[in-house]
Design a protein around this ligand. Sequence first.
Ligand code: SF4
Ligand code: MG
Length: 316
Amino acid sequence: NQGIIQTIDIKKHFAIGRQQLVKSVDGISIEIYQGETFGLVGESGSGKSTFGKTIVGLTNPTEGAVYYEGSNVKDLSKKEQQRVNREVQIIFQDPQASLNPRMQVGDIIAEGIDAHGLAKGKQRKERIYDLLERVGMNPDVVKRYPHEFSGGQRQRIGIARTLAVKPKFIVADEPISALDVSIQAQVLNLLNDLKDSEDLTYLFIAHDLSMVKHISDRIGVMYLGSMMELTNSQKLFNEPKHPYTQALLSAVPVPDPTISRRDRIVLQGDPPSPVNPPNGCKFRTRCPHAMEICSLKAPEWKEIQSDHWTACHLYS
Ligand code: SF4
Ligand code: MG
């Protein structure tokens, strides 16, 4: 498996006033494999969206580098960077906010086609129709406006616009969280189908594990700007190593009460804030296993088994 995206020690820090340093992303090194869905999970304030934005180049990291198909994006020529900008895309949570209300659907979808000079005239029109069909919309909506559609349909239009530029890698930042529960599964299935038909790789961001369980090949768990654990989806659910992952999983309701439930771990202490985070292990203020070393030294990000990474002193 070859990495399509690699991040090397990505940091995004900023100051608020004189006293407060926000470590929104605090040194993340991961590889995302070609063709996989990488689920990225964390509570709000964990930095997952900011991390996603650094990967697509929407925000510059304070430190660190993003590699795309083996090259540091910063070292590429202008022309190559344009290609990367086209091939690496992001889908946002709120389809309402990302569609220009004064533009017709057809022109919204064609924005990227025009910007990158991908098609003109009849070809452009055919491409728009084709994209609408691919996302399950009737092509006769081209002259209508975003407000005429439901949230789910607007997200489909947004997906069509993203696909228009022939991306290879997409950050999907909570793409179904703002939608009615009744249509979440439909949009999730659409994204899943498109992954195969369009040969895509996803970084799929969500705030809870159950959302990404069935669609992810591997899952990464973030806490206060740091990656806590990363492994394949099955292993993460069956053999979670990090106390934070264990706590998240023990909070997931078990549907069948006759199945024995994991001993429930209750998170202690304050909810997380990325402002002046604890030194040492950031999870130590809420960790049931915290030891002396946990406040002295940040645990190393380590591969403790094949393709199973974690940052915790219990494993060093
Ligand atoms: Fe808990 Fe220490 Fe591991 Fe952090 S390093 S998760 S505080 S045991
Ligand atoms: Mg977010």
